[in-house]
Design a protein around this ligand. Structure first.
Ligand code: RET
Length: 255
């Protein structure tokens, strides 16, 4: 296990160094605030990844998978951010493909977290995971087809919204929501409630970004990217920290 952890950290560190080398070829302008936001989120993701992997051993055993997944989410996002940052600084274009590939991997992992935190304290039906996965795929594929111009952008938006609303139904009123409230575990109920708020309020930022940066009169790449970057910071890093805090709540904090 120690070796695995070291390997993971070394990988993250190496990727970070590669990024430093890249920075020589693409200079960040001091007034490029979108580029600066790309940098801030990428470094936040790097720090969060190291943190989650190091903290994995400090939480009770049944919470470890959730912490590992939180580290995977920020780690995958970190690497995508290196590329997105590069595209933005070099070309000033929105790195749509990289962003959606990142979402395609990290959003199902974030959804999986609802399943994992539930199964940390009780037995749960695997159907919950599949329904959350299908909802997120509909949401992302709809959004991508619309944003990349394969289908009408309004149609893509409507399909994406349908997927998101389905996810919200599942975690509030569906089986997942019921399982959480019936669990009687304080740490889980608190974490589940906070995670649900993030998927409601934090995730709402993306469709708003789509509307303001994309649907209403031409693409405004600046606002679209700043909005998406800020949202990622909240929905990936803060989301993981909430799970970590819940996991620590039940533990004796022995290290
Ligand atoms: C780490 C990345 C995350 C949490 C990304 C989440 C993305 C969304 C919640 C996207 C939602 C969208 C809609 C609800 C409507 C259609 C357009 C999208 C794809 C931006």
């Amino acid at each position: 296990m120690k070796k695995l952890k070291l390997f993971a950290l070394a990988t993250v560190a190496l990727t970070g160094l590669t990024g430093v080398a890249n920075a020589e070829t693409a200079m960040l302008a001091s007034d490029d605030f979108v580029g600066i936001s790309f940098w801030l989120v990428s470094m936040g993701c790097l720090a969060a990844t190291v943190f989650f992997f190091l903290e994995r051993g400090s939480v009770p055993v049944q919470w470890r998978v959730s912490i590992t997944v939180a580290g995977l989410v920020t780690g995958i996002a970190f690497i995508h951010y290196m590329y997105m940052r590069e595209v933005w600084i070099m070309t000033g274009d929105s790195p749509t493909v990289y962003r959606y590939i990142d979402w395609l991997i990290t959003v199902p992992l974030l959804m999986l977290e609802f399943y994992f935190v539930l199964s940390a304290v009780r037995k749960v039906d695997g159907g919950i995971f599949w329904r959350l996965l299908i909802g997120s795929l509909v949401m992302l594929i709809g959004g991508y087809l619309g944003e990349a111009g394969y289908i009408n952008s309004m149609l893509g938006f409507i399909i994406g919204m349908a997927g998101w609303i389905y996810i919200l139904y599942e975690i509030f009123s569906g089986e997942a929501g019921k399982a959480a409230s019936k669990s009687g575990n304080k740490a889980l109920v608190t974490a589940f409630g906070a995670m649900r708020m993030i998927v409601t309020v934090g995730w709402a930022i993306y469709p708003l970004g789509y509307i303001f940066g994309y649907l209403t009169g031409g693409v405004d790449a600046n606002s679209l990217n700043v909005i998406y970057n800020a949202a990622d910071f909240l929905n990936k890093i803060a989301f993981g920290l909430i799970i970590w805090a819940a996991a620590m709540q039940g533990s004796s904090r022995a290290r």
